[in-house]
Design a protein around this ligand. Structure first.
Ligand code: LLP
Length: 443
């Protein structure tokens, strides 16, 4: 099977974390997100260990909560001793609700509002990753007005093509994120940051993209960033000690994807980094990296009930399921490829080529095309593997469809991490009394 958390039991049913997914579908209904948190914890421990070996004991993984954001996952990340990358007050407040230490949070985003920044300052968020000169000025003013000092990193755009999907590249110069080195914007913001009395410049950050399988783009980023640090040390006495190289490690979604041996990958990056530090004659910075997808993706499986099975001779077969783009928009957005299985015949040879279609009123609402499954019938359970990342966190209510629950699987037991939305949740915000309609969001 694609990842070690998947299996097949004596009845031929797909298992996750040892539990029968078909039974879980009957118990909790579908669509259903499952998450094997023992697998997530194993990934956390693997990253902590590999980071310490490759980059030294001060380095640490920072969980990119955008991959999967709910209270339970932040609690697990806190227990495992990871830092967190949050990208909105909503993510920060969810982390806080989980008891996640605010000092271990890095607040990201290319357009934080004054209200967002004020919230982060008042909650004592550990570091704010400043994206632009406008934001730097605004943050200084807000920190001065609140009479606090804020620790910051600067988001730098190294200018790299990481060979991934166009929409998830972020480290190239033509990007809404960060300040580019080649344009001089990075040097300008660094000099400005060093002069802000209420801001402490602790280091630099870059993020080159997501779902990256090659080591070179990361090595290139490390090269450009360490070279930049060396120049800034010389020219301006820049003294920041942190270098955050972002997230982006790839994940195997189908048998066609390469496998990544993460510890060796991290170890190779550690060597590349050490070479660069030597070449540019700087001390190795405290290295942080922000895995999101690779911590949670494989641990997730989504279960659906099959509705209609339509064979259109000369064209294709459609298998329609009771979910779709509202719970997984990734095929619609990126043509992402998935492994789809008949959960009740998980080890039987697939014999039915088909397109798996969602239930929305939209032709593009597909989960997979050109896949083959054991021929399903109405009422059967289909499983889509590797859905732990960017599925629940990207879910919408399109067509007024309630979001599925997230069921945690750990040590052979299933518990509800997020409950299924009810019909009344869908209209809970409609036509509220005028006195509550304009309530401020406050922490
Ligand atoms: N750090 C920063 C600053 C990021 O922007 C991201 C992802 C990460 C870390 C985590 O990257 P990861 O390890 O998960 O690759 N919705 C897209 C992915 C967008 C990624 C956005 N940023 C998808 O479903 O493929």
């Amino acid at each position: 099977m694609l990842h070690s958390c998947y299996g097949v039991n004596a009845e031929g049913h797909l298992t996750l974390g040892g539990l029968d997914t078909v039974k879980l579908a009957k118990e909790y209904g579908t669509p259903l997100y499952l998450l094997d948190t023992d697998h997530v914890r194993a990934m956390c421990r693997m990253y902590k260990k590999s980071f310490a070996a490759a980059f030294g004991s001060a380095s640490a993984p920072v969980y990119a909560g955008k991959a999967l954001c709910c209270t339970r996952i932040y609690r697990i990340m806190a227990e495992e001793g990871l830092y967190a990358d949050c990208v909105s007050p909503g993510e920060i407040l969810t982390a806080r609700h989980a008891g996640f230490p605010m000092s271990d949070v890095f607040f990201h985003g290319n357009n934080k509002t004054d209200e967002d920044l004020r919230t982060a300052l008042s909650l004592g968020v550990g570091h704010i990753v400043v994206d632009s000169m406008d934001e730097l000025d605004a943050l200084e003013d807000l920190a001065a007005a609140m009479n606090v000092t804020a620790k910051i990193l600067l988001r730098i755009t190294p200018g790299i093509d990481p060979h991934t999907h166009r929409k998830i590249i972020t480290g190239n110069v033509d990007s809404k994120f960060g300040s580019a080195i080649v344009t001089g914007a990075a040097e300008a913001i660094l000099c400005a940051a060093m002069r802000k009395p209420h801001l402490v410049l602790d280091g630099l950050h870059c993020h080159i993209g997501s779902q990256i399988f090659e080591i070179e783009p990361f090595a290139d980023a490390a090269d450009i960033m360490t070279g930049f640090i060396a120049r800034m040390r010389q020219a301006h006495g820049y003294a920041g000690t942190i270098l955050n190289l972002g997230g982006g490690f790839g994940v195997r979604y189908t048998e066609d994807d390469p496998t990544i041996d993460y510890p060796s990958y991290v170890c190779a990056l550690g060597k590349e980094l050490d070479q660069r530090c030597e070449r540019y004659r700087i001390e190795r910075p405290t290295i942080l990296m922000e895995p999101g997808r690779s911590l949670v993706a494989a641990a997730g499986v989504t279960l659906y009930t099959v509705g209609s099975v339509k064979e259109i001779p000369g064209f294709r077969n459609y298998v329609s399921i009771d979910g779709g783009m509202p719970d997984n928009p990734r095929y619609t957005l990126y043509q992402s490829r998935y492994t789809v299985l008949h959960a009740e015949h998980a080890d039987a040879a697939p014999d039915f080529p088909c397109t798996v279609a969602g239930r929305c009123c939209e032709s593009g609402d597909l989960i997979a095309e050109n896949v083959s499954v054991v021929r399903p019938r109405r009422g059967d359970i289909l499983a889509v593997l590797v859905t732990g990342a960017y599925n629940y966190s990207m879910a919408s209510h399109y067509n007024r469809i309630p979001k599925p629950p997230v069921i945690e699987i750990s040590e052979g037991k299933a518990t509800v991490a997020v409950r299924r939305e009810r019909w009344e949740d869908l209209y809970a915000l409609d036509e509220v009394p005028p006195d509550t309609a304009s309530e401020e969001v406050s922490p």
